[in-house]
Design a protein around this ligand. Structure first.
Ligand SMILES: [Zn+2]
Ligand SMILES: [Zn+2]
Length: 275
């Protein structure tokens, strides 16, 4: 029992250590870019009022997500395919299975990105509905929106969102090796769309979500907040009528209506259960 606990700690420690250089690199890149192309005035990201809360999310959430994802993968393989035991599981997931795993790795990564983005578009719209909003409100509570706000998700939001979708696509046969490519792209792109940048990407605004595209999503309902639900590909918003990028205008205020929304990480974890 002790050795298992120790190995979990070790894996967690290694994952955290890997995240530190990535975090520093993103911090430097976005500080420099914001210096030249800020969307909204204000100090650098590390002067944000809620920086401690955001740093907690940034390190705790990916770690927790990793363990839950593995747990779900083990359960899914057991329940759906009757596969048990570490060796059998590793063999089962190793290269994927079925027709999807026959595709080259780049095509699997692309399939993963497109399929997960489509599913997450609809899940995201669901989270804006009255029943699930209290879980998603945490993500929208950032008033000084910046790249480090990207990880601000309540675990329930994450569990019913990207974790469930990742596991569903792995259980559909996509090789985890495809996610080795898609994962870092999603992390960097998600930090990018939350960054305080006035980049709308010109004609590519219809191809890839930009900071201006996603920052509109974080504005109040009457300012455009009920739009731009896509994480990566704005085409879903164009197809389903929720695309919003007014010309010659930039989003300028963020946050939610609940003025009593707590600021600390711990209180935000409990927030949905107190509603
Ligand atoms: Zn949202
Ligand atoms: Zn966001």
């Amino acid at each position: 029992m002790f050795s298992e606990f120790y190995s979990v700690l070790l894996v967690a420690g290694e994952a955290l250590l890997r995240l530190v250089p990535i975090t520093i690199a993103l911090g430097i890149v976005f500080a420099a870019l914001t210096h030249w192309s800020a969307c909204n005035p204000g100090g650098p990201w590390w002067r944000k009022r809620a920086i401690v809360t955001d740093v907690c999310y940034w390190f705790v959430i990916p770690l927790g997500a990793r363990f839950v994802r593995i747990g779900l993968m083990v359960m899914g393989a057991a329940l759906l395919f009757d596969i048990h035991g570490a060796e059998a599981l590793i063999k089962f997931y190793d290269d994927g299975f079925g027709p999807l795993s026959a595709l080259p790795l780049w095509a699997q990564a692309l399939t993963f990105l497109v399929a997960s983005d489509f599913l997450l578009y609809w899940i995201h719209r669901g989270f804006h509905g009255s029943k699930l909003w209290k879980y998603h409100a945490v993500h929208h509570s950032s008033e000084e929106l910046d790249w480090i706000s990207a990880a601000r998700f309540h675990p329930v939001n994450l569990f019913l969102g990207s974790i469930a979708v990742d596991v569903a696509l792995l259980l559909a046969g996509i090789s985890p090796n495809a996610m080795v490519w898609a994962g870092p792209f999603t992390t960097a792109h998600s930090a990018f769309v939350h960054a305080n940048l006035n980049w709308a990407l010109g004609p590519f605004k219809y191809v890839l979500a930009s900071p201006v595209f996603h920052r509109w999503h974080h504005t109040a309902l009457e300012r455009g907040g009920s739009s731009n639900f896509a994480g990566t590909f704005p085409i879903w918003d164009m197809l389903f009528g929720t695309f919003y990028m007014p010309k010659n205008e930039l989003p300028d205020s963020y946050g939610i209506d609940d003025k009593l929304f707590p600021e600390s990480f711990g209180a935000q974890m409990l927030y949905p259960f107190r509603q």
